[in-house]
Design a protein around this ligand. Structure first.
Ligand code: 16G
Ligand code: MG
Length: 542
């Protein structure tokens, strides 16, 4: 790094002093916190993104400003790698170091050291970072901070894409680096073409389907869905509520996280909607859950596990037509997946594997298959198709007669690979695929819900002096530390029919989480309580 570069970094970082007492960790989903404290963080992540772009040149990196389902006064920042996936975990420690650097001098010396170690050549290359933000009012100013960070690295430019959903940005970054058309219009067109193709391939029931009501969480998802419906899919019958234009507050008693955690209808939904198929997005539209109001405020929730099961069934049906089509199909869940869903998927003869909580971990496992389907119970997930497998399908189709069962099955799989976001979970593309599969099966939301019945479950969180004292196995199903706690938990589990429980330190909050399920709600509650007691007695309560 030459003197001019060092001077430029020192000068721009003076504009963004680190607030006192701020201690951040890149965590499972980037940096998050109170928006008023984040300018220095976002500026520094701008620098990191430029360095990443230079390291992998020629490449475009994505930088998204969002705090997803968190409250509106929070914000956050995360980075998309050229593949459209999350920032490589190898760079996370550097992200933590620079975000917490106490002074401009310290910051610059960390950068200098890193640049040397990683052999990044600044000055002779061109770097590019694409920036986007969700609808939070703090987003615009934070985006300016990111721009300054990006352009303080010599040769790097920031491109402001304005308001987008998180998965749109990931999709566009991926497309750009593959040399494809990478505009928002191209995103909408790709979704529209593959959706229409799948609808045309529905064997009998070509009805346009009954109305769907979308809860947009008062965020970017409702807005973008509206654009898609107006501009591209005008004959889809979807009513959008909680658009954010009618005075509602982002994520406040609305959205996928609220509906899934509280198991109640979001604001704006109630008795008039009994039995109607409804779907909730989260604040940046990378999660979705379906539900219907059963009576009053009560809902039946169709969470990520149920969406996963629906998708797995559909993909498997196509593969069966092809005699399994030489395909290694796998499904990936986390320890939070309801045990009934895992039983169901095993019953379909599927290869079910478990990953640690957090999208990047599920994504990595799913990518090991030809077709890997992953979902967290909270509604984040997608279907990954390996490029080799898609090429194999496309070649295979050439030898099949048009309109044959095999030809149609191959065409469906190829269309799904284009519809469903290959970079990250995407509520808009997930919604379109659920709608296709329901029509394909001729199913109502109630019929879909009957695939299996969720086991009653309970989640609680325990505040402890040091959550890192709880250490788990890789898949988080068992605790390795504190010593002895797992035996004690097993002792509790044995007391209940179909009992299952685990603990894990949260990656986003200063707590240890407890999950329990059992054959009745009372048992699940009581198991959760006794495991929470164990956490307190082994780790102390704060
Ligand atoms: C983040 C993760 C989500 C995970 C959650 C767990 C991403 C994009 N998001 O929101 O996948 O379920 O953290 O939170 O990776 P926890 O560690 O506090 O339980
Ligand atoms: Mg989200």
């Amino acid at each position: 790094m030459d003197e001019t570069q060092i001077a430029s970094l020192l000068k721009s970082s003076d504009l963004f002093p680190l607030p006192q007492s701020l201690k951040l960790s890149y965590g499972t989903a980037g940096f998050r916190g109170d928006a008023t404290l984040l300018a220095s963080t976002v500026y520094r992540v701008g620098i990191l993104s430029s360095l990443r772009s230079l390291k992998l040149k020629p490449s475009t990196i994505g930088l998204m400003i969002t705090a997803s389902h968190n409250k509106v006064s929070d914000n956050g920042v995360k980075v998309s790698d050229p593949s459209g996936g999350m920032l490589s975990q190898e760079w996370e420690p550097f992200a933590d170091q620079i975000a917490n650097a106490s002074s401009p001098q310290k910051l610059v010396s960390l950068i200098k050291e890193f640049v040397e170690r990683e052999e990044i050549s600044i000055g002779d290359g061109e770097g590019e970072v694409w920036l986007a933000r969700d609808t939070r009012p703090s987003g615009e100013a934070l985006l300016r901070a990111a721009e300054i960070g990006v352009s303080s690295v010599s040769g790097c430019v920031a491109v402001d894409l304005g308001v987008l959903t998180t998965p749109q940005l990931h999709w566009m970054v991926r497309a750009k680096n593959k040399g494809l058309n990478a505009t928002e219009k191209a995103y909408f067109e790709s979704l529209t073409t593959s959706f229409k193709c799948l609808i045309d391939l529905i064997p009998f029931n070509k009805s346009s389907g009954s109305k769907l009501v979308l809860d947009g969480a008062n965020g970017v998802g409702g807005e973008k869905m509206d654009e898609l419906l107006r501009g591209y899919l005008s004959n889809l019958d979807i009513e959008i509520r909680n658009t954010g234009r009618d005075g509602g507050v982002l994520n406040e008693s609305v959205g996928a996280d609220f509906v899934q955690k509280e198991n109640v209808a979001p604001l704006g939904f109630g008795v008039n909607d009994v039995g109607v198929r409804c779907v909730s997005f989260d604040g940046d539209a990378d999660r979705l859950v379906y539900f219907y109001v059963s009576s009053g405020e009560k809902i039946e929730l169709l969470d990520g596990d149920k969406i996963l099961s629906l998708f797995a069934l559909f993909v498997k049906e196509q593969l069966n037509v092809l005699d399994n089509g030489c395909c290694r199909l796998g499904v990936v869940q986390t320890a939070y997946a309801n045990g009934a869903s895992t039983d169901y998927l095993n019953g379909l003869g599927l290869d079910v594997v478990f990953a640690k909580t957090g999208v990047k971990h599920l994504h990595e496992k799913a990518a090991e298959f030809d077709v890997g389907i992953y979902f967290e119970a909270n509604g984040h997930g997608t279907i990954l198709f390996s490029e080799d497998y898609v090429s194999l399908l496309v070649d295979k189709r050439k030898g099949l007669s048009e309109g044959s069962d095999e030809y149609n099955a191959v065409s469906r799989l190829v269309a799904v690979s284009k519809l469903i976001n290959q970079a990250v979970g995407d509520a808009i593309s997930g919604l379109l695929l659920v709608e296709v599969v329901l029509r394909h099966m001729g199913w109502s939301v109630q019929k879909w819900n009957e695939l299996y019945k969720d086991l009653p479950s309970r989640q609680v969180k325990v505040e402890v002096p040091d959550r890192t004292a709880a250490v788990t196995t890789r898949e988080e199903t068992e605790a390795l530390r504190p010593l002895g706690i797992q035996d004690a938990i097993n002792g509790e589990i044995r007391k209940y029919k179909r009992g299952r429980a685990f603990i894990r330190p949260s990656g986003t909050e200063d707590v240890v989480r407890v999950y329990a399920e059992a054959s009745t709600q009372e048992d699940a509650d009581s198991l959760a309580d006794s495991v929470a007691q164990l956490v307190k007695s082994f780790l102390g309560s704060s």
